[in-house]
Design a protein around this ligand. Structure first.
Ligand code: F6P
Length: 323
């Protein structure tokens, strides 16, 4: 492969705390190797519109501690259309982009794959609070989101406990329950309801609450993954069947914001650096993954066929100690 001259960097899909640290690391590692980093704003939509920004070492000053993404993000419908992809490819050619780093979740990787199939050298970095990327044991943003949710639920528990109410709290995660289980364990949930396991209201919620009461519990916390939803319905049914007052809280987008945790900053910095190293080594069309405590590259075709199982043992731990 000829010497790399220019690497494009974009963030796409839902933002995640730590994306900025990944951008900073990629930009600065490019500069270390005399490669010209270029930011593409608003994800693949920015590629379509040639919405680019020159980046130098100072342009990424002081962003490691900032949530969100300085490059903005988008979910581009237009990019899904053949004409959108065609325009994006034109931008890559016209801008002389020899390699493209795409930071985001599975939608982002589908976009990256379409570009790679059309000849662009891409490297993906997993950035999503959902931690639902099959090939990587960790995704940037998960730790911060889990901490944000945990701190919010701790506050919720204070007031619910005073009123001896039941809290029904929805956490994000799209179709997966990784965040819900992790947070549920951290906050000592009574029940954790996730899309991966079929849920039975009587067995998984009503019975858990009744048993808890018999053991002297005054507050019951039901964590519901976004992929299950129906929190208001669950709260209503709890009141009908246990006689206890229940309140729904949907944590929503606050889980995606805030200053990234140490883990996310470090992981993002390592992944951003590694992505550039891969392109420099001529390894294109890979996803940067965290596997067995190491950062590795997995070919994009393999990566997209990998699925992630929910940590059933963690779920069991949360269940066993919920009494
Ligand atoms: O993938 C991250 C995430 O926050 C999911 O947890 C959630 O389902 C989704 O994005 C929300 O997406 P949007 O920002 O498009 O509403």
């Amino acid at each position: 492969m000829d010497k790399l001259r220019r690497i494009g960097i974009l963030t796409s899909g839902g933002d995640a705390p730590g994306m900025n640290a990944a951008i900073r690391s990629a930009v600065r590692n490019c500069l270390q190797h005399d490669v010209d980093p270029i930011g593409i704003r608003r994800g693949f939509q920015g590629l379509i519109n040639a919405d680019t920004i020159e980046m130098d070492a100072r342009s990424v000053n002081g962003i490691t501690d900032r949530g969100g993404t300085i490059l903005y993000t988008a979910r581009s419908e237009e990019f899904m259309q053949p004409q959108g992809l065609e325009r994006a490819l034109r931008t890559c050619k016209y801008m002389g982009i020899d390699g493209l780093i795409c930071i985001g979740g599975d939608g982002t990787f589908r976009g990256a794959k379409a570009l790679s199939d059309a000849g662009v050298n891409v490297i993906g970095i997993p950035g999503t609070i959902d931690n639902d990327i099959g090939c990587s044991h960790y995704t940037i943003g998960f730790d911060t989101a889990a901490n944000t949710a945990m701190l919010a639920i701790d506050k919720l528990a204070d007031t619910m406990q005073s009123h001896e109410r039941v809290s029904v709290c929805e956490v994000m995660g799209r179709h997966a329950g990784h965040l819900a289980v992790y947070v549920g364990l951290a906050v000592g949930a009574t029940s954790i309801i996730i899309p991966e396991f079929p849920f039975d209201f009587e067995r998984d919620i009503a019975e858990q609450i009744r048993e808890g009461r018999m053991r002297g519990k005054h507050h019951h916390l039901i964590i519901v993954a976004e992929g299950v939803g129906k929190c208001d319905e669950i709260s209503k049914r709890i009141t009908e069947e246990t006689g206890l007052e229940a309140r729904t809280t949907i944590l929503g987008y606050i889980q995606r914001g805030g200053s990234p945790s140490t883990r996310d900053r470090v992981m993002a910095s390592r992944m951003g650096h590694f992505a550039v190293e891969q392109l420099l080594a001529g390894n294109r069309n890979q996803i940067v993954c965290y596997r067995d405590s190491r950062i590795v590259a997995v070919p994009i075709d393999d990566a997209m066929n990998m699925t992630k199982q929910l940590d059933a043992y963690m779920y069991k731990v949360a269940y066993d100690i919920s009494i």
